[in-house]
Design a protein around this ligand. Structure first.
Ligand code: ATP
Ligand code: MG
Length: 245
């Protein structure tokens, strides 16, 4: 579905992404992990067209997308969430999702159709009962759900998540995990950036580990947490020890 070929992005002398290649297959739930500054968000910015690669290519369903603007990539069926949430605070929860539905549709749709398309993302994320609330008044968990709902309103085939669990409490994380399981079960392919290793272990079927912009390792979640270089660069200590503490 998505293929990265020798992708690099430099900011001046800094190699944020370096010669990165991997594939996301239809139906995957792929995790991307790595220390702070490893290039994870840069990777999403490249896939979604917010940044142009310094070299290399990105193929979505066989077609190169690295020179397309973000709205075109979105209309091809790739949606994302932002690590730092960006709702329209002065608009209602529902109107935020409606805006996403309206502006991501490749055909012209009216407000009534937009509202219809916003409903299932609002229900799936549990925001339907508070759809009239101003987005700016949501808790951080509510804003993270709204990020998800807005991305779902795009009706993506590939969903890219940038730390959707960041800053949430234990029960809130459990709730989002369930939402993500439901989204994946509906046939959406997911690439998830996540710091919480137990979430990666629970949800993903394959993991790519980034370190200083390069692919350090790729494998099953279990292989990843047992891999010496991953433990060294990222986990810091064996998982058993981390879980025990
Ligand atoms: N627009 C930019 N201009 C210059 N440097 C940048 C830019 N965006 C990112 N960088 C640098 O590129 C590197 C990778 O940043 P990136 O945000 O992709 O990391 P990350 O893996 O998402 O980190 P985190 O876990 O903290 O979110 C960092 O060194 C960062 O400072
Ligand atoms: Mg980031």
């Amino acid at each position: 579905m998505l293929e990265l070929r020798n992708l690099s992005k430099q900011f001046g002398g800094l190699r944020a992404i370096w010669d990165l290649s991997f594939t996301v297959r239809k139906g995957d739930f792929l995790g991307v992990i790595g220390p702070n500054g490893a290039g994870k968000t840069t990777l999403l910015n490249l896939i979604t067209g917010y940044l142009k690669p310094s070299s290399g290519s990105i193929l979505f369903e066989g077609n190169p997308v690295q020179s397309l603007p973000p709205f075109r990539i979105c209309r091809l069926g790739i949606a994302r969430t932002f690590q730092v949430v960006r709702p329209f605070g002065e608009m209602s929860v529902e109107d935020n999702v409606l805006a996403a539905a309206l502006f991501s549709a490749s055909e012209r749709i009216g407000v009534a159709e937009g509202r219809a398309r916003a409903r299932s993302p609002l229900e799936l994320t549990g925001l339907w009962p508070i759809r009239d609330q101003l987005a700016g008044t949501l808790t951080i968990a509510g804003k993270k759900k709204l990020e998800l709902a807005r991305a779902l309103a795009v009706r993506p085939r590939l969903l890219l998540l940038d730390e959707v669990m960041g800053g949430l409490s234990g029960p809130e994380v459990t709730e989002i995990v369930e939402v993500l399981e439901r989204i994946h079960a509906t046939g959406t392919t997911i690439l998830m950036i996540e710091h919480l290793v137990e979430i990666i272990l629970k949800l993903t079927s394959r993991v790519v580990v980034l370190n200083f912009g390069e692919k350090l390792f790729e494998g099953t979640p279990q292989e990843v947490v047992e891999h010496p270089a991953v433990i060294e660069s990222y986990l810091g200590r064996p998982l058993e020890a981390a879980q025990a503490s």
